[in-house]
Ligand binder design. Sequence first.
Ligand SMILES: [Zn+2]
Ligand SMILES: [Zn+2]
Length: 142
Amino acid sequence: MRLTPRREEIEAVKALLESPDFDSADQMARAVIKEVAGILQMRDWVALVHTWSDGRKGLNWAPFGNESEARAFASKMAFGGAGRLVKLHSPGVMLANHNGKPGWKGYCQHPECGHAPFTHSAATAARGACQIPTCPCDGFRK
Ligand SMILES: [Zn+2]
Ligand SMILES: [Zn+2]
């Protein structure tokens, strides 16, 4: 999983590492792993979906940090068939938009929307509008 740590992610892990509240290294390690899992849930990933050359469903792999990482894996493994890259959106971001996450800014400011940027269409007909069927939003507002 290729990724570049973001400033706020580094700060969250640093706060745990510098905290005097842990009684043991085990306890601190547990907290760090949970924090990092939460951080990774806030990111989008790429999956490699595979079909064997006779059309049967193949083996699927994820997560990759970006498309070039998935492509590099596919060319290294080269076991035939056809591969396709699929974007996996962050359920953490959707939940944060839905439940309200303090300090989280990645959502639409439209008063009736509030969904993540990736729910907003890039297709020409409905450009910028939210794709959630119940949402009346007509364009992403930062
Ligand atoms: Zn929406
Ligand atoms: Zn919106």
